[in-house]
Design a protein around this ligand. Structure first.
Ligand code: ADP
Ligand code: MG
Length: 241
């Protein structure tokens, strides 16, 4: 059992406070959705948890099984079991997926035996054209291919906690279904804990949240069950502001 614990998290960007006291706990097998309008601070939350430069934590703690995440460089946060599926996946010219995943597994002290076959098997699961896995990571991929590729990496690395920032931006319905279904399967198969950030509840057709939290102006203003997403769909964010 893994626990990601966020307590009293305050984050500033360029001297402006964006997150103003976030408390969240994500356990193995649980799916927590953070929903909020544009500019609420959703991406700031994922950036702060993963240690993106420029995001200054001014107060609060983030721990994974009691280990201080904020004291670690980003790569060590990944080794500790955190995995980010980015809103806008980065293109990495000249670097193949096999190399990325080989290095990532080696950093974890894991075996790279049969990595080619593991990548191929994951590509099939997520309906990614296997020929794309031999090309430079994300370079000239379509929006859907990028998100499938990001999700494939999660499938191979099998992190303990996945942070998913707007999986639904830039991809079509089929890709969204394949990716969100794969993440849902990981919660059951591997006990993956998920922090999924989105402003549309259509993602929840496949990836079923246990809890929904509404983020507004840097604070969680309401937490509840999946029915909260329906309420939001009906009433909009203004009702919670
Ligand atoms: P969301 O993902 O919920 O749409 P963000 O976390 O991206 O929101 O942004 C929250 C607020 O922080 C916005 O007002 C945005 O302009 C500001 N912000 C985020 N990142 C930066 C940055 N790197 N520099 C300046 N302002 C930023
Ligand atoms: Mg965002």
């Amino acid at each position: 059992m893994t626990v990601l614990e966020i307590r009293g998290l305050h984050v500033s960007v360029g001297g402006t406070e964006i997150l103003r006291g976030i408390d969240l706990t994500v356990r193995s097998g649980e799916v927590h959705a953070v929903m909020g309008p544009n500019g609420a601070g959703k991406s700031t939350l994922s950036a702060a948890i993963m240690g993106k430069p420029g995001y200054e934590v001014t107060a609060g703690t983030v721990t994974i099984d009691g280990e201080d995440v904020l004291a670690l460089p980003t790569w060590r946060r990944a080794v500790a079991g955190l995995h980010l599926i980015m809103q806008y996946p980065t293109e990495v010219p000249g670097v193949r997926l096999l190399d990325v995943l080989g290095e990532a597994l080696a950093a974890r002290g894991g075996s790279t035996a049969g990595l080619d076959q593991r990548i191929a098997a994951e590509a099939v699961r997520i309906n990614l054209d296997p020929s794309l896995t031999a090309r430079a990571v994300n370079v000239d991929f379509s929006g859907g291919e990028k998100k499938r590729n990001e999700t494939l990496q999660m499938g191979v690395l099998r992190p303990r906690i996945a942070i998913i920032d707007e999986l639904d931006s830039g991809l079509d319905i089929d890709a969204l279904r394949d990716c969100s279904r794969r993440v849902e399967q990981a919660t059951a198969e591997d006990g993956l804990g998920v922090l999924v950030i989105t402003h549309y509840s259509r993602l929840f057709d496949e990836l079923r949240p246990d809890a929904v939290h509404i983020l507004s102006k840097g604070r969680i203003v309401r937490s509840g069950g999946p029915e909260l997403a329906d309420e939001l769909e009906r009433d909009g964010y203004a009702a919670f502001a």
